[in-house]
Ligand binder design. Structure first.
Ligand SMILES: [Zn+2]
Length: 306
């Protein structure tokens, strides 16, 4: 599985020229356009191609970007899904999500099974990340099927399309050899592994709403400070041995209780009270060096094994 890097790359590293449009001109749909970046293909060892593509997009003087770019070992979110990426000249930027593998479209037939499987796994992971975001907004999970251009333009479209099908006179990606059935299997596996729970972004938004900060899904200093005040009763750290001396926010404790039950198989009461069983569970999961900070309990937004 590829590591999903923190942050929104083109917000953290502003591009030389605009590479996304803030907001969308049409409502987002459950359609994902699949690309390759034509950036060369790494087949063994560390794979810096996604990082290289992100850096290239940041510095390029022409328009061209994706929401997600991935390689064998990492996934980078360049653009928030509620903004338009510049990935397709045929009109889908307004309502589609664009994902890209940092490799060459022509390389599929010559890839050995190991790098091929790793790349397909990353593509499935990227699709699932986008799909869970859509689902968290009340839209359908994109169906695991390849759409025609006409089908993808329908208002109720649900599925995937190649850039080549969107723009056949100009593009061939992600390649005639792209293994669609393996990709759909990887997508469904990624959804099974992580998609039955709310996504990381949605969990962070939940917490932000509970502590009264802007629910933007981004953990910054304001979110950390608010979490500390609400969870810990102070702005610093939390000595679990004296938990009940702090003034905590019961709704945040309820969130933690529900989360450790769903994520880690505990069965503590979801009552907003930091009792002995909740304390024991939290100590088991999170305690590092005697204190639990907001940063440490934010680990609960990650999947249990990750
Ligand atoms: Zn493309």
């Amino acid at each position: 599985m590829a590591i999903v890097r923190d942050g929104i790359y083109l917000e953290d590293n502003p591009p030389v020229r605009s590479q996304f449009r803030v907001g969308r001109r049409d409502p987002v749909k459950s359609v994902i356009v699949v690309h390759t970046a034509e950036s060369g293909t790494d087949t063994s060892g560390p794979d810096p191609k996604a990082e290289n593509v992100a850096s290239f997009i940041r510095g390029r003087s022409s328009a061209g970007s994706y929401h997600l770019v991935g390689d064998r070992d990492s996934i980078i979110q360049l653009i928030r899904f509620d903004n338009e990426a510049f990935h397709d000249r045929t009109g889908s930027n307004r309502w589609a999500i664009g994902i890209s593998l940092a490799m060459n479209a022509a390389d599929w037939p010559s890839l050995a099974s190991s790098p091929r499987n790793e790349l397909v796994t990353t593509a499935g992971q990227m699709a699932a990340i986008a799909a869970v975001w859509l689902r968290d907004r009340g839209l359908d999970l994109p169906e695991p099927r390849l759409l025609t251009k006409t089908d993808s333009d329908r208002l109720d479209a649900s599925g995937f399309i190649s850039h080549a099908r969107r723009d056949p006179t100009r593009r061939t990606d992600p390649g005639a050899g792209f293994p669609w059935s393996s990709f759909f299997a990887a997508y469904q596996q990624a959804l099974t592994d992580g998609g039955n729970e709310p996504g990381r972004d949605a969990l962070i938004r939940q917490l932000q709403s509970l502590v009264g900060t802007t629910p933007d899904g981004i953990v910054g200093p304001l979110t950390i400070a608010a979490l500390n005040r609400n969870w810990l009763g102070n702005d610093e750290s939390f000595d679990v041995s004296v938990a009940d001396t702090f003034v905590n926010n019961p709704r945040v404790i309820e969130w933690v209780q529900a989360r450790i039950n769903a994520r880690d198989g505990f069965s503590v009461d979801v009552d907003g009270i930091f009792g002995p069983r909740t304390e024991a569970a939290v100590k088991t999961l999170l305690q590092r060096g005697g204190v639990i900070t907001a940063e440490s309990f934010l680990a609960l937004v990650e999947p249990a094994d990750g």
